[in-house]
Design a protein around this ligand. Structure first.
Ligand code: ADP
Length: 506
């Protein structure tokens, strides 16, 4: 592993100074709750801090929202829906979504730097997120105009037509791994469909959602989007229980997703859930090794492994396993790990010290069970990174597929590798987890690729690539990875309810 970015070795002070200078430029001045178009304090007066995971320093103090704040935000969203948004037609909504996209693009670098400070992701990956977030608004700006109903053929003297109407107020809860991008995945389709929103960002990474509100304050009518920052149980849970919220969309852990669904069930509110994953990546014996290693690298080390789609269980054919593992280990050890604000950095810190502990505890359990840690499994040995939440790229072999480190989502740069010989046995193992979010296949044999893609129990299967997210391609989970599909035309329908109008022609 390389821990030096650029020409000269970094020291702790250099990194700390760079982060402090960047924070002074890009951390927004307005950091209240954003309710009804106003920046307000939390009802309790309580605040919390968000930290820079590279330096451990406090980045900003935020308002800690609670049930009273959620209630205020829902009221503001309902008022905005009734008084203005309900009458705002698709052409107008399209233009507004395009303007939001333009505002994101116009502030591209500041958004990227802010995301890197708050989340720790490498600046180039943050830039990619910002680009994708803007494109997502553009995609749904287009979809806004295609929300057509149907005329239903029927015997008898009647005319049946359907219209797709918004729910009104929707509640959206997002995680910390792609803060701005997840906000765009939630906001864009909900707005396209004509809803108003109360959004709760993750407590670890609230800054880019607030910056987005600051940038679009003059774009949307007051109260159309409201943001309540705060902790899950205090600000998230009341949103899931609020009787004025008719649709919930949640991205996060399966454990909390189940609670969200239970709370929604109590009042029969609609839910979209995008939850955890433990995705398999299958390498066939004919695979080009260099390509297979590059794809694996993207599958498990992109965003420091903090992707719900992370290809974290790898099944490599035994004929090529030795050479593949040699090359993969070499790649993992040569990834530049360091200050994520530097262009050369390929892996930054994890989002928090808690997440480091969680990741390393799984590695420990694997080690205790006799697994081989081929590389990594600890923080990098580099004084300059000591204050940050870093974990080295980790490869594990000789581990039982039933082990909890294999069955559970680690959400870090940790890959478990299995060798296979018999296709059916391999596929049975590949599918032997509770999750089914994504999967990958690497082979130049089209028949094998297609068969594997059909056999894999996953909402998305990537062939000869991984973590590709073109707008319009539905994304969501099989099994306990979720309900509903995001990012696609069908998503906008998840934010509407169908009304049938049956007119007698007698
Ligand atoms: P992670 O463990 O990766 O942080 P979580 O599922 O806990 O994932 O968090 C995802 C989002 O859900 C965050 O915005 C968090 O604040 C929120 N959250 C956590 N607990 C709850 C809860 N009980 N009800 C609603 N939202 C919650």
């Amino acid at each position: 592993m390389t821990t030096e970015s650029g020409d000269a070795p970094e020291d702790r002070q250099t990194i700390s100074d760079r982060h402090a200078d960047t924070a002074a430029e890009v951390v927004p001045d307005q950091l209240g709750l954003y309710i009804g178009g106003e920046w307000v304090e939390s009802a309790s007066g309580e605040t919390f801090e968000t930290r820079d995971p590279t330096t451990g320093d406090v980045l900003a103090e935020l308002q800690a929202g609670n049930a009273d704040d959620v209630d205020r935000a829902v009221t503001a969203a309902q008022t905005a829906f009734d008084e203005e948004w309900k009458q705002t037609g698709p052409a107008k909504r399209q233009k507004l979504l395009e303007t939001i996209a333009d505002r994101i693009s116009a502030n591209r670098e500041a958004f990227a730097q802010l995301e890197t400070l708050d989340n720790g992701k490498p600046i180039n990956e943050a830039r990619a997120d910002v680009y994708l977030a803007a494109e997502h608004f553009r995609y749904f700006a287009g979809v806004t105009r295609s929300l057509e109903g149907e005329t239903v053929p029927s015997d008898g003297p009647r005319q049946i037509q359907t219209v797709h109407e918004p729910f009104g107020v929707v509640g959206q809860i997002i995680p910390w791994n792609f803060p701005l991008l997840m906000a765009s995945w939630k906001l864009a389709p909900a707005l396209a469909a004509g809803n108003t929103i109360v959004l709760k960002p993750a407590e670890e990474t609230p800054l880019t959602a607030l910056k987005l509100m600051a940038e679009i304050d003059d774009v949307l009518p007051d109260g159309v989007v409201n943001v309540v920052t705060g902790f899950g149980p205090d600000a998230g849970e009341p949103l899931t229980k609020h009787s004025g919220v008719h649709k919930l969309a949640f991205t996060g852990s399966t454990e909390i997703g189940k609670q969200v669904m239970k709370n929604a069930a109590d009042r029969v509110a609609d839910v979209t859930l995008e939850l955890g994953g433990k995705s398999p990546l299958v390498i066939f014996p004919d695979a080009n090794l260099k390509k297979a290693v590059a794809i694996t690298n993207i599958a498990i080390f992109y965003n420091t492994g903090e992707c719900c789609t992370a290809g974290s269980r790898l099944f490599v054919h035994k004929d090529i396993a030795e050479e593949f593992l040699e090359q993969l280990t070499e790649t993992a050890e040569s990834l530049t790990i360091g200050d994520p604000l530097l262009d050369d950095t390929r892996m930054g810190p994890k989002v928090s010290t808690e997440q480091v502990e969680r990741t390393l505890s799984y590695v420990e359990k694997a080690r205790d069970a006799g697994a081989t840690i081929l590389t990594g499994g600890a923080a990098p040995e580099d004084d300059a990174l000591e204050a940050g939440s870093f974990v080295s790229p980790t490869l594990i072999t000789n581990i039982d597929h039933d082990h909890e480190a294999v069955q559970e989502e680690i959400f870090g740069p940790v890959l478990e590798v299995f060798e296979w010989d018999d296709y059916d046995e391999m596929m049975a193992l590949a599918n032997d987890v509770d999750y089914g979010l994504a999967a990958g296949v690497v082979t130049d044999d089209l028949t094998k690729a297609n068969k594997a893609a059909r056999d894999l129990e996953a909402g998305t299967v990537w062939v000869n690539q991984y973590n590709d997210f073109p707008d319009g391609m539905p994304f969501g989970g099989y099994k306990q990875s979720g309900i509903g599909r995001e990012r696609a035309r069908e998503t906008v329908y998840h934010y509407t309810q169908t009304k049938s109008i049956d007119i007698s022609l007698r």
